[in-house]
Design a binder for this molecule. Structure first.
Ligand code: SF4
Length: 275
């Protein structure tokens, strides 16, 4: 069996940075993380053992430092932290922060703003908060087609969006309105998607490793599934339950930007032992 690894795969700059911050802070003592630091259960559990406790709500009297998740948070969260003089560190990925800055600027200018993405994802929820409820979130091409834009529109994208969706939406909306499309898909996402798609085309079985809530992992899966029907999304080695894996000669592997190397290594090791 030949195992081909997609390059790049696994941790991106924003996730590595968030984990470095969490580890440095937890060396000094216990901390809270507001929201899941990254969308990977195994890594969040590893950090929990070091004293990083994930919380879903903030209290006025929290007495440990609070870390802000990599997907970012809304304006209201910063206001709460400042008002209550809580100690915090910000692990928001700079690519997400850049979207917050775009939103603040265009809002000040009174522009109509839409973003392509999933309204239930924490990244989009944070961005919507910075947009003070005035941002339109469009989940798919059907939503883009149903959207009634004003004469001018700024179009942004969730950092993990598929580039083909952004391009299609820009093409469609440009006909209906004076559109300024700003591609805010992060470069780490783009590079992982391109490499995984190319690899999926040349292997018999494609494995995508990553959290089930990880948006970029789900996109990798969709992209690869589109070119190779033998594509499977597994969270970790426990989910590697593809029957007769030994019958495949060439297996490809890619992983989402929040998948730790140690989770990938266990799967590769398992596959090597199958040969
Ligand atoms: S996938 Fe991109 S936006 Fe998300 S944390 Fe990584 S670098 Fe940042």
């Amino acid at each position: 069996m030949i195992i081909k690894k997609s390059d790049p795969m696994g941790f991106c700059f924003g996730v590595s940075r968030a984990i470095d911050i969490a580890e440095k802070l937890s060396n000094e003592g216990e901390i809270y993380c507001y929201g899941s630091l990254i969308h990977n259960v195994d890594e969040v559990e590893r950090l929990a053992k070091r004293g990083v406790t994930t919380v879903d709500t903030l209290e006025k009297n929290m007495n440990l430092p609070i870390l802000i998740r990599s997907h970012g948070v809304g304006k209201d969260v910063y206001a709460f932290l400042e008002e209550n003089k809580l100690t915090y560190e910000d692990a928001t990925c700079p690519f997400v922060k850049r979207i917050h800055e775009h939103v603040k600027k265009f809002l000040r200018e009174g522009k109509d703003i839409a973003i392509l993405g999933d309204k239930n994802h924490p990244e989009i929820q944070g961005i919507v908060s910075w947009g003070e409820g005035k941002i339109h979130v469009l989940a798919d091409m059907q939503a883009v087609k149903n959207f009634h834009s004003g004469p001018e529109l700024i179009l942004l994208a969730q950092t993990t969006l598929k580039k083909t969706f952004f391009d299609e939406a820009v093409e469609y909306l440009s006909v209906k309105t004076k559109l300024q499309g700003i591609n805010t898909i992060c470069s780490a996402t783009k590079r992982r998607q391109e490499a995984a798609e190319n690899l999926a085309k040349e292997v018999e079985l494609m494995l995508i490793v990553g959290g089930k809530k990880s948006s970029n992992t789900k996109k990798l899966y969709e992209i690869c599934k589109n070119v190779n029907k033998n594509t499977f999304h597994i969270e970790n080695i426990a989910e590697l339950q593809v029957q007769d894996i030994g019958k495949y000669d060439i297996i490809g592997i890619s992983a989402g930007a929040s998948t730790p190397q140690w989770v990938i290594d266990k799967i590769v090791e398992y596959l090597q032992n199958e040969t």
